[in-house]
Design a protein around this ligand. Structure first.
Ligand code: FRU
Length: 399
């Protein structure tokens, strides 16, 4: 499986479902509400993590209440945020989203007061470690420099760009990318009402790139680097439940398919089907599993120096998930010494040489292999092991 770096905004989406879009200055009751992790690139990473890829997010975040919730959700969804840029000032970006069932519309109002990712921060990345770099086309002046520095280190790895809105310098950025996702609204903005004509025009700007464009109820289009146009029709009669993030799902589908060696045409088909699967369910979680197993993350996004603390909604305790040799171990997050969560004071630190983890409260050290306390106040007592199973994609579930 591949290691993917996604560069873009992370957002908290406050989603409200209703039958009909409300009238201004009216009061109505909604049928459902959810706080979820959002942002185009982050949504794509959520899906790529479910497919078993190792997904790193780079963008800016702060640690206000919403920001802390956002980082927790990232961990739960298998996205590693350790390379992201922390900002002391500003607020976590929030989107208020109204999903109206009647016409399957989603209306987004976005609040942002956070600095953009800086070039200096980005330039410290170890680019060679990645199999794919995926960018959101925003902050385009800085993006020019980011593309340039990344390209100095990349040999064969694709660099993809998602173009949703019109931004300055796009005519200079587009030729630099190897895979480009355009939105239908961008094509309209450029005066095109046929995806094929639009993509052919873009091909003259980026003659070596593979181009993709979703086209609503018509399905999606792609143009290969050789200039061959493909169309994948949408499946008729689907029960549309939630379209928020469908485009981001499509992008994840393309990235995954191309990474697995599929052609432009095959990637288009696979990604269209994936986006259709998404619109038939709420949100992006568990898109690939119809079973009710409780997921504890993905093996490929575990950190060798820190235990992941996960609190599945359906459990009344949290679980520490650890990378152990080529596999994982899980323990109930409760120290037998003082009956407190191990991360009460600080993160759960791992010593990868001694293969121990440490309780942050009174410094008890436990063997990662079996949870036995080998040093500290509860010597010879043990953490309670949690039985897990790991699937072929590296997804970790409660057994
Ligand atoms: C969906 C989405 C939301 C986010 C908004 C940002 O594509 O990424 O998750 O709030 O768009 O523009």
């Amino acid at each position: 499986m591949a290691k993917i770096l996604g560069i873009g905004n992370a957002v908290m989406d406050h989603v409200v479902w209703m039958d009909d879009y409300p009238k201004e200055n009216s009061e109505s009751r909604c049928s459902g509400m959810q706080e979820r992790l959002g942002g185009n690139v982050v949504n794509s990473l959520t899906l790529l993590a479910q497919m078993g890829h190792q997904t790193d997010w780079m963008g800016t975040y702060t640690k206000d209440l919403m920001g802390q919730q956002m980082l927790k959700l990232m961990t739960q969804q298998g996205i590693n945020y350790e390379s992201a840029q922390y900002c002391r000032q500003g607020k976590t970006p929030v989107s208020s989203v109204w999903v109206a069932h009647k016409n399957t519309s989603r209306t987004i109002s976005h609040y942002r007061d956070l600095p953009e990712l800086s070039f200096d921060h980005f330039a410290r990345t170890e680019f060679e470690a990645y199999d794919w770099l995926h960018f959101e086309a925003r902050n385009t002046e800085a993006l020019m420099g980011m593309f340039n520095v990344a390209k100095c280190f990349l040999t064969h790895q694709p660099l993809s760009l998602e173009v949703e809105k019109d931004r300055p310098l796009l005519d200079k950025l587009i030729p630099q990318a190897s895979v480009i996702f355009f939105s239908q609204s961008y094509a309209h903005l450029k005066g095109f009402h046929h995806a094929g004509e639009f993509l052919k025009q873009m091909h003259s700007l980026a003659p070596h790139a593979q181009l993709f464009c979703g086209w609503g109820y018509e399905g999606a289009y792609a143009l290969s680097a050789k200039g061959v146009l493909y169309h994948e029709a949408a499946t008729l009669g689907l029960r549309v439940i939630d379209t928020l993030g469908a485009g981001d799902t499509f992008n994840a589908g393309v990235i995954d398919a191309l990474l697995r060696g599929h052609s432009t045409q095959e990637a288009l088909t696979l990604a269209t089907r994936l986006a259709e699967k998404k619109i038939q369910q709420f949100g992006l979680i568990n898109l690939f599993s119809n079973d009710q197993r409780i997921r504890l993350g993905n093996l490929h996004s575990l950190n060798a120096y820190k235990g992941n603390v996960i609190k599945p909604e359906s459990l009344d305790f949290s679980v520490i998930v650890l990378k152990y040799k080529d596999s994982a171990k899980a323990y109930v997050n409760n120290c037998p010494h003082a009956n407190v969560p191990l991360d009460s004071m600080y993160k759960v630190e791992i010593d990868p040489r001694a293969l121990t983890l440490k309780c942050s409260v009174h410094d008890a050290y436990f063997q990662m292999s079996d949870g036995l306390c080998v040093a500290g106040p509860c010597h010879n007592q043990s953490l309670t092991a949690v039985a897990i199973v790991i699937d072929e994609q590296g997804n970790i579930f409660l057994a």
